[in-house]
Design a protein. Structure first.
Length: 281
């Protein structure tokens, strides 16, 4: 059911996976900082019977082109501009948006600016308009200095450690995550799939993830999934998201930190019920 496609947006080759009938209501699923579209395989497959699901690789991740100018390209405003260009090319005038971590921030900023009125419902997977600085620093550290390993098995062990907070993944799911998250270096070793320069975002755009101004402008239904043990999206921020701006519904996801893998019937069902509340074309 999955289709792998490439388009050129803003002069960058963008890869995305596509699921379901292109005539069905559209859902854009956008991944986190150092992840890729393939994180949504289970989620997209579950929705494909009723929805047209589009899962892009952000530049510098997965199979999309790496940024020729990391300081300029690796930031939320460019990602929103890119998302607009992608939706235009695919002829998607109205979409639902499901964003994990960084993907949620892109959705928030987009819904307040260039994609205002085009995003009908917004799902934030362990993301909000303010993120804990200590957790962001930890992510920046491991994302900016990816290790390399002699074997894929060693890389999988590394992923199991740094992504333990994703929740319960089967051995098959861990292997899938690993095989869709690696590249081989010239010396034959394996490492993570993404451009380490993506952390330039934190140096050149230090306030990129402080989005309260955008949050307070939102006028659409928002569902936030917060990992029960998340260190990135604090309980205090989640409570503020309930009380201001679009007054999000917040669901606590047990057994997860940052960020729920969206790979269980309970998590997927929660999102699909939220999206199904509005199926106006």
């Amino acid at each position: 059911m999955m289709r792998s496609r490439y388009v050129t947006c803003l002069g960058r080759e963008i890869h995305f996976t596509e699921w379901g009938d292109a005539a069905a209501p559209a859902v854009v699923a956008w991944h986190g900082l150092a992840r890729s579209s393939r994180d949504f395989d289970d989620f997209a497959e579950a929705l494909a019977g009723r929805w047209h699901v589009v899962c892009p690789d952000t530049p510098g991740r997965g199979l999309s082109q790496w940024a020729p100018d990391p300081a300029r390209d690796y930031c939320l405003s460019f990602y929103v501009e890119l998302a607009e260009a992608l939706l235009d090319q695919l002829g998607l005038q109205k979409v639902h948006w499901v964003g994990t971590s960084m993907g949620g921030a892109i959705g928030t900023l987009g819904a307040a600016t260039r994609l205002r009125g085009r995003i009908r419902r917004l799902v934030l997977n362990d993301n909000g308009p303010e993120l804990a600085a200590v957790a962001l620093e930890r992510i920046k550290t491991y994302a900016g200095q990816p290790p390399s390993f002699t074997t894929v098995t060693e890389l999988e062990a590394y992923f199991r450690e740094i992504y333990a907070s994703f929740g319960s993944l089967s051995d098959t799911q861990w292997r899938h995550l690993t095989e869709t998250s690696l590249r081989r270096l010239p010396d034959g070793r394996v490492t993570t799939h993404y451009d380490p320069a993506l952390v330039a975002q934190f140096e050149h755009h230090p306030d990129d993830y402080l989005l309260w101004d955008a949050w307070d402008q939102l006028d659409l239904p928002v569902l936030c999934l917060r990992g029960e043990d998340s260190t990135l999206l604090t309980a205090e921020t989640a409570q503020a998201m309930r009380e201001r701006g679009p007054r999000a519904a917040v669901a606590l996801i047990p057994g997860c930190g940052h960020a729920p893998a969206l790979n269980t019937p309970e998590q997927i069902g929660l999102i699909e019920r939220f999206l199904s509340a509005d199926q106006t074309p």
